[in-house]
Write a protein that binds this ligand. Structure first.
Ligand SMILES: Nc1ncnc2c1ncn2[C@@H]1O[C@H](COP(=O)(O)OP(=O)(O)OP(=O)(O)O)[C@@H](O)[C@H]1O
Length: 409
């Protein structure tokens, strides 16, 4: 096993954990008892699977007492504390960016699972699904979005991205962090991260908004040995870190239609899946740093939406938030033509690889009714050299201009 590359081990873990979860889901259908989950004294009924990702399943879960529904994301952490820390970094990213177009996290729990751990994230449910689901519906029906509708969806997505690219380091103590942990689940040895000021050890559902916005103490000593969360690195300001109030751009690094949910109004996009979110500016000083970034991108950033500089990371460069601008170009293209510019293309059909097509920005606009300005916006983002791409504010102002023009037509 030692000789196997890390990516193989990850794949083996995925197969193992997905098989386990699939089996327990089937068993849960047969045995009502197994489709319930008890966390911190509350019982949740697992209604159905909403979706699945690389290391996670997302369920529709209903609180038995209140009847309130949640999207419950179950993340498997097979590789010890590093896996849990990675999951908690995702949690912290959800908490860091408060924006109407970014998903809110309602609560978090960590549960022992044999040798590994499971992290549960409680999220609001978006019953309309994500933009990839919408694209699939268009494909089946042989329909397309109008330019105006696309630009409305794209604008909200860009606003979420702008909140990340222009993130300001908070003043110490002003960020909400999970403040305490405790162990009290009968079956699972669950550790629920919850509001410190709630003696009952949880939030009331009416209080959910307050629970994510009340400033808690920045970093607390956990009450068990399982310190699973080491705080927002942005709070660690000082001689070597950014000063409070500085702009520290973050990159999402996995922007794609499947990671944008649609709110119930059918018009408001909600950015989610922050498992790949990272401080955007990374200076690559040597080959091993370059390979690390390349491997991370291969694991977390979907190929058909991944920026060219992440396929073959060069030394002596600084990766930055322009990786997301490339992905936004792919997202805008996909909303228009129902696939990424680098999948289903003639190039890939003729045996060329996606990686080669991306690295030379080889794609074509299919014949369509979309305006020249709209196509030019896509083209401006799909530039191989990140310096040639617009920044998020420029993308937004062009989107607004095109939206006004489309509304006037
Ligand atoms: N809040 C939600 N409401 C409804 N469905 C959801 C919600 N969150 C996630 N899903 C569904 O679950 C799927 C997987 O979720 P998510 O992308 O967070 O998992 P992941 O493991 O991080 O995936 P990836 O492999 O893309 O990184 C989504 O594509 C979506 O269909």
């Amino acid at each position: 096993m030692d000789q196997l590359p890390q990516s193989w081990l990850v794949t083996l873990d995925r197969i193992k954990y997905h098989a386990q979860d699939a089996l327990s889901t089937v068993a849960g259908c047969i045995c009502q008892q197994q489709s319930k989950l008890k966390i911190n004294g509350r019982t949740f009924h697992i209604v159905r699977v909403l979706g699945e990702g690389g290391f996670s399943f997302v369920y529709l879960a209903k609180d038995e007492a209140s009847g309130r529904e949640f999207a419950l994301k179950k993340i498997f952490c097979p590789m010890g504390m590093e896996g849990v820390k990675q999951a908690m970094r995702e949690v912290e990213a959800y908490r860091r960016f408060r924006h109407p177009n970014i998903i809110r996290i309602l609560d978090t729990a960590v549960v022992q699972d044999g040798e590994g751990k499971i992290v549960y994230l409680f999220l609001p449910v978006y019953k309309r699904g994500n933009l990839q689901d919408e694209i699939n519906r268009h494909m089946q029906a042989g329909t397309h979005y109008s330019e105006r509708h696309i630009l409305q969806l794209f604008k909200g997505t860009c606003e979420a991205v702008r909140a990340m690219h222009t993130y300001r380091t908070p003043v110490r103590g002003s960020t909400t962090l999970p403040a305490a942990v405790r162990q009290d689940d009968e079956r699972h040895d669950a550790v629920l991260l919850h509001r410190e000021d709630d003696p009952e050890g949880g939030y009331s559902y009416e209080d959910v908004d307050a629970a994510v916005s009340v400033p808690l103490v920045a970093k607390q000593q956990a009450q068990t040995d399982d310190v699973v969360f080491d705080g927002d690195q942005e709070l660690l300001t000082g001689a070597n870190g950014p000063a409070a109030g500085d702009i520290v751009p973050y990159a999402h690094r996995d922007l794609k239609p499947g990671n944008v949910m649609l709110a119930d109004d059918g018009l408001t996009p909600i950015l989610m899946d922050f498992g790949s979110c990272i401080k955007a500016r990374i200076s690559i000083e040597n080959r091993s740093q370059a390979l690390l970034q390349q491997d991370t991108a291969a694991e977390h950033s979907t190929m058909a939406y991944r920026a060219p500089e992440l396929f073959d990371v060069k030394t002596g460069i600084t990766l930055d938030e322009k990786v997301d601008i490339w992905s936004l170009g792919c997202v805008l293209f996909a909303l228009a033509y129902l696939h990424s510019p680098f999948e289903n293309t003639q190039t890939t059909e003729q045996g060329g690889s996606i990686a080669l097509a991306v690295q030379s920005a080889r794609y074509k606009h299919p014949a369509s009714q979309y305006s020249d300005g709209f196509k030019a916006l896509i083209d401006s983002m799909l530039k191989v050299d990140p310096k040639d791409r617009p920044d998020i504010s420029q993308v937004l102002s062009e989107t607004n201009r095109l939206l006004q023009a489309a509304s006037a037509r």
